[in-house]
Design a protein around this ligand. Sequence first.
Ligand code: NDP
Length: 234
Amino acid sequence: MARSVLVTGGNRGIGLAIARELARAGDSVAVTYRSGEPPEGFLAVRCDVTSAADVDEAFGKVEAEQGPVEVLVANAGITRDTLLPLMKEDAFTDVIDANLTGAYRVVKRATRGMLRLKRGRVVLISSVVAMLGSAGQTNYAASKAGMIGFARSAARELGSRGITVNVVAPGFVETDMTAALEEAHQEQIRKNIPLGRYASTDEVARVVRFLASEDAAYITGAVIPVDGGLGMGH
Ligand code: NDP
């Protein structure tokens, strides 16, 4: 039977590629979208992950349509880059709220159904900068590093119930998020990537599909880099 999948921030970028990849693999896929138009071909539920009420309502709709969520991909995320001396407190707390507390909200809500099912797959989309650090991104890097500690703790709590929790740490991926960087900065980044290029969204999505699959049944608490070698050794 098709599994019930939910991808947060699945209306564009990496999240949309993940949704397409899992749908191709035969799952019933729902996506959340916050703004703009919902993507075609999926059950789309409006949800801002900074609101616990939104998250609860979104899960309710997905459960009613396609059953309890068995595969959750916590992908929604934002950046608000500024050098630390100039960073206003709301730029820090907003990024933590969306990326880290948002992951807590959706994973916590997903465990309700997964604990009953006694199986589940949780994949969190972190970033290479969680371990590497990144000037101008103290807020973002802190949120992404926090996701790793969160995921590993959840993996310990939930392992005995047949639920795996893993982290994918992409490097630079061709999306709106990286398109916003200045070309000179992008060129500098490419020079530091052993594979010399950004990832496509599909290259990230295929790793998520693997972690969500039966082939990854014995992998939990892992951080899988998809970064062209950028973060090697971390
Ligand atoms: P995009 O900026 O293209 O898309 C971000 C997605 O997250 C959108 O769907 C957006 O919704 C959603 N989102 C943001 N904030 C919220 C919120 N509060 N509630 C619900 N949804 C929200 O990003 P990418 O596809 O590039 O990134 C996806 C994930 O991958 C992020 O977590 C990012 O940090 C991570 N990542 C990206 C890398 C890259 O190089 N692009 C590298 C490493 C990690 P909306 O359309 O409404 O804005």
